[in-house]
Design a protein around this ligand. Structure first.
Ligand SMILES: Cc1ncc(COP(=O)(O)O)c(C=O)c1O
Length: 903
């Protein structure tokens, strides 16, 4: 299936308008010796073939539709009501980008506002953001937030050892450049209160903890009081299902409540995409990372919603931002919102009660079996640890082989002192008999969640979806975001139960299909980019950047090159680049651009010395231009001992045309949600794999999938014919950057896309993306000012919303008026910051000539209106569900959650 709409005649007409004789000419800025390399990917498959291949991979897994499962440990097999998939699959939610233009994104914005309100109700907090990559990264961000609130003066973190071990690993990975002391998690059972002192900025606990145990309210309150006594924050990690039953952490002194939101209506999906939910007290709202939606009014006095407090985000504050997060897990947050609304307070309580009762019933029965004994006698929620009479691995092998049961989690994996103990998890999906325990003392009184029928619920979300613009509706030329068509076969593949119903902690023998897919994807990305190694772990581009920066830092530290602290970043860089550098505890040095839109070589030379960690370079850059002195820039950095980080967000322009590693790049992240056509879901999930050169491979975060000859495992395949796939931590890994293995569901979609297109299809996608951009640039040249129109652009270009004869009209007015005409989403506006009144236009390869011509006609009409009737533009949009929204009011008088009338 081709996703490029042009006929040969279209192509010819477009090349004539550009003044080029062939598409290949458009790549003249790519150094000749690196152009059109051998590109060795498997032949493309038809839709029928690819689905057969994916089904086969799925069937190589032991999925939960075919096996009973008692694994939990941070990923939970709760029931997912059918209505959720129907809502989130609405194209208007699914194929939209982050809601930058609020007047045509009210659906997404209102659902986020509702999600925020429900998370606040659940946690007892005042404000909630629209998600982190997962529970683990939410905890790392909470710790960094606490540091910032303490103005980076208090450097101690008290972390309970009963927090999910992978979360604690992620905290260590995130904070390795920040010079902190982490206390309390060396061994379980420490008296955390005794570790708190004047240097402590936060105390973090999990309740119910990793072992499923519940703390008493008085213990929690006492710890909160001890933290508050030294002005430290009290952070609670909580299973959101448990909050349907037990007291909200806000009731016992929490300042930040966060956790893994997967259990709220998201499939297990072999560890991702999940979502980190995050809520805090109102006084800390402006220090919170991530996207936040607020209520405001439009110029007609109607209620509406906008993203608010944007001034604290990376795209405005750059290295002074609260975090580097950009894409998040918005679609998963939507699923969580629908789940909470669908179940309501009664339903959520019922799920929690069922899980609780069934878990207690199971625990009692297991304890009655000779040789088994409960490990601990305190209260617990839906998980409990059991001493087993034989090693857990042997027990689990037997359960799987003889009974078709995926047993409990082997606690010895993270806690050597708990060797021989299995952590069993029971949810409403498991055992059948009900047991009635009296738990009133721990129960919460009321919970402010909706109580609606499924019909009303679905109509609500359907109506909201219709307020959004999305790729399935029309062209979405949002520069830097690569909003191309999302092929439907990817969705069928990613929803196969063989993938969605697998638990991330299953034994590797039972998930060979998943691991094989991940391994192949690693290999394909290596081939496309030319890098020696790839990790699939990062959840988004910014997450990949952070991973890359940590690997670069680790490389220099391993060489005892500790003087290196500077990261050079061109002024055209995306805001995530400086924000990432700052998060890594490194120093940002901005390099200006020259008059042709390249890095200013002279300025660069003056900064190249032995304190340079490296350069972060987007190429093609954010002006849509290929760096003309690329090889010289790379040499300058290498000659001073630095490394080159390539921001690969714009890979769509050059995939198949050149391999970035051959330019000399040492690291690069991919944005799978841009280049490889996975839907952005109104803000995420994305996926940001990172490729590195050989010398950096051992620093990658893990685990990574490796292919191994092995003869003694139980994978069930013919070891003589097929290798086995394992998860492995690289030798000198910087650590984990998230729990589990990456946004697996997104990986399946990207894999399907690459298999559908093959090498030639990917190359054609890049060629046509560049053709479309040059065609639009040529057609718009006379209408808009385009600073670098003398150059061939790559997949996008930057124009300016300044029109002769219409001096009072601005980029914002043009963007808003475009919405009225109903054919297009506006381009990215006011980015890159170095171009005044920027309009960044990226049509992508999936738009036809007819669509591009309509876009040109719209701009022509608007340019005319700007001169004859500027008021029409100043007041635009007129035909959208809400008028121009007051974003200043949203930030000054924040309304960040729904409250019942009169409260
Ligand atoms: C050039 C560039 N780098 C990095 C990013 C960050 O990617 P993500 O939103 O996936 O974190 C973006 C996102 O728009 C980008 O355009």
């Amino acid at each position: 299936m081709s996703y490029v709409p042009h006929t040969a005649a279209d192509q010819e007409a477009m090349l004539a308008a550009i003044g080029a004789s062939s598409v290949k000419d458009l790549f003249c800025d790519v150094p000749e010796r690196h152009r059109y390399p051998k590109f060795d990917l498997p032949e493309p498959l038809s839709e029928m073939e690819i689905l057969a291949e994916l089904r086969d991979l799925g069937e190589q897994n032991a999925d939960l539709d075919h096996y009973l499962c008692f694994l939990g440990a941070g990923a939970y097999n709760h029931f997912v009501p059918s209505v959720i998939d129907h809502v989130i699959s609405r194209s208007e939610f699914y194929t939209a980008y982050t809601p930058y233009q609020p007047e045509i994104s009210q659906g997404t914005l209102q659902t986020i506002f509702e999600y925020q309100s429900m998370i606040c109700a659940l946690t007892g907090m005042d404000v909630a953001n629209a998600s982190h990559y997962d529970g683990a990264t939410a905890l790392a961000e909470a710790v960094i937030m606490a540091l910032n609130i303490g103005r980076n003066k208090k450097k101690k973190i008290v972390l309970s050892a009963n927090i999910h071990p992978e979360y604690r690993q992620v905290v260590r990975t995130y904070t390795q450049g920040l010079n902190l002391e982490i206390a309390g998690d060396e061994e379980p059972g420490q008296d955390l209160a005794s570790l708190i002192d004047g240097d402590t900025c936060c105390v973090a606990v999990q309740n119910p903890d990793f072992f499923g145990q519940l703390s008493t309210l008085s213990d929690m309150q006492a710890l909160a009081d001890a933290a508050h006594a030294v002005k430290a924050l009290f952070i609670v990690v909580a299973d959101p299902i448990s909050l349907g039953l037990f007291k909200a952490p806000g009731d016992y002194g929490a300042d930040i409540v966060l956790g893994e939101g997967q259990a709220l209506g998201n499939a297990l999906n072999f560890g991702g995409p999940y979502l980190g939910y995050f809520a805090c007290r109102e006084k800390y709202a402006r220090k919170m990372a991530g996207r936040l939606v607020g209520q405001t009014v439009d110029n007609r006095g109607q209620r509406g919603f906008v993203m608010t407090f944007v001034a604290r985000e990376q795209h405005i504050r750059r290295e002074r931002a609260t975090s580097n997060i950009c894409s998040n897990q918005a679609l998963n947050a939507l699923a969580a919102g629908v789940y909470l609304a669908a179940l309501g307070k009664q339903g959520l309580r019922q799920v929690a009660e069922l899980s609780y009762h069934k878990a207690h019933y199971a625990a009692r029965r297991i304890a009655e079996i000779p040789g088994f004994e409960l490990a601990g006698d305190g209260p617990f929620f839906k998980e409990f640890a059991v001493h087993c009479p034989l090693p857990v691995q042997i027990l689990n092998d037997e359960l799987l082989e003889e009974w078709g049961i995926i047993g409990g989690f082997d606690l010895g994996r993270f806690y050597p002192e708990r060797n021989g103990q299995a952590l069993f998890c029971i949810t409403e999906m498991n055992s059948k008999e009900e047991i009635d325990y009296l738990i009133k003392a721990l129960m919460r009184d009321d919970l402010s969640l909706p109580e609606v029928s499924e019909a009303d619920l679905f109509r609500h979300y359907l109506r909201l979806s219709q307020l959004n613009w999305c790729v399935d509706k029309g062209i979405y030329p949002l520069g830097s975001c690569t909003m191309k068509y999302n092929p439907k076969v990817n969705e069928v593949a990613a929803r196969l139960p063989g993938f969605t119903r697998t638990h991330p902690y299953q034994d590797h023998c039972t998930v060979q299909g998943n691991l094989r897919l991940m391994y192949r994807l690693q290999e394909y990305l290596k081939e496309i980019s030319g890098f020696a190694a790839v990790t699939l772990q990062p959840s988004a581009g910014a997450h990949g950047e952070f991973t890359g920066i940590l690997a670069m830092r680790a490389y220099h530290q391993a060489n005892d090159d500790t003087r290196r602290v500077k990261v050079l970043i061109p002024d055209s860089a995306h805001g995530t680049n400086p924000a990432t550098t700052a998060m890594g505890g490194l120093q940002v040095v901005q390099i200006p651009s020259d008059e042709r839109g390249n890095v200013d070589l002279e300025a660069l030379k003056t900064e190249c010395d032995d304190t340079v960690i490296g350069l972060m370079l987007t190429n093609p850059n954010t002006l849509g231009l290929f760096e003309e002195h690329l090889l010289e820039v790379v040499d300058l950095i290498h000659n001073c001992g630095g490394l080159v980080y390539g921001d690969g967000a714009n890979l769509n322009a050059i995939m198949g045309i050149a391999k970035p590693a051959t330019f000399g790049f040492d690291v690069m992240h991919f944005n799978l949600h841009k280049t490889f056509a996975t839907p952005h879901g109104g803000g995420g999930p994305g996926s940001g794999p990172v490729g590195v050169s050989r010398r950096l491979a051992k620093y990658l975060p893990g685990p990574i999938v490796v292919e191994e000859e092995c003869s003694d495992c139980d994978c069930g395949h013919d070891h003589d014919k097929e290798p086995c796939y394992h998860l492995q931590m690289p030798d000198a890994s910087v650590g984990r950057v998230k729990a589990f293995y990456g946004n697996f569901g997104v990986l399946v979609r990207a894999y399907t896309y690459i298999r559908s297109l093959g090498a030639e299809g990917l190359r054609q996608a890049a060629e046509n993306a560049v053709l479309n951009a040059n065609y639009l640039q040529a057609r718009l040249k006379g209408m808009l000012c385009i600073p670098h129109a003398d150059r061939t652009c790559m997949h996008e270009f930057v124009a300016q919303g300044q029109l002769e004869g219409a001096e009072g009209v601005h980029t914002l007015d043009i963007a808003k008026r475009l919405m009225d005409l109903g054919h297009a989403h506006p381009p990215t506006i006011y980015f890159p910051l170095i171009v005044p009144e920027a309009l960044m236009i990226e049509p992508t390869e999936t738009e036809s000539k007819e669509t591009l011509d309509q876009f040109v006609a719209d701009i022509e009409q608007i340019a005319g209106e700007a001169r004859t009737n500027p008021e029409l533009l100043h007041d635009a949009p007129h035909n959208t569900p809400v008028g121009r929204l007051d974003e200043v009011r949203a930030a000054r008088q924040p309304i960040l959650r729904w409250t019942p009338p009169g409260k």
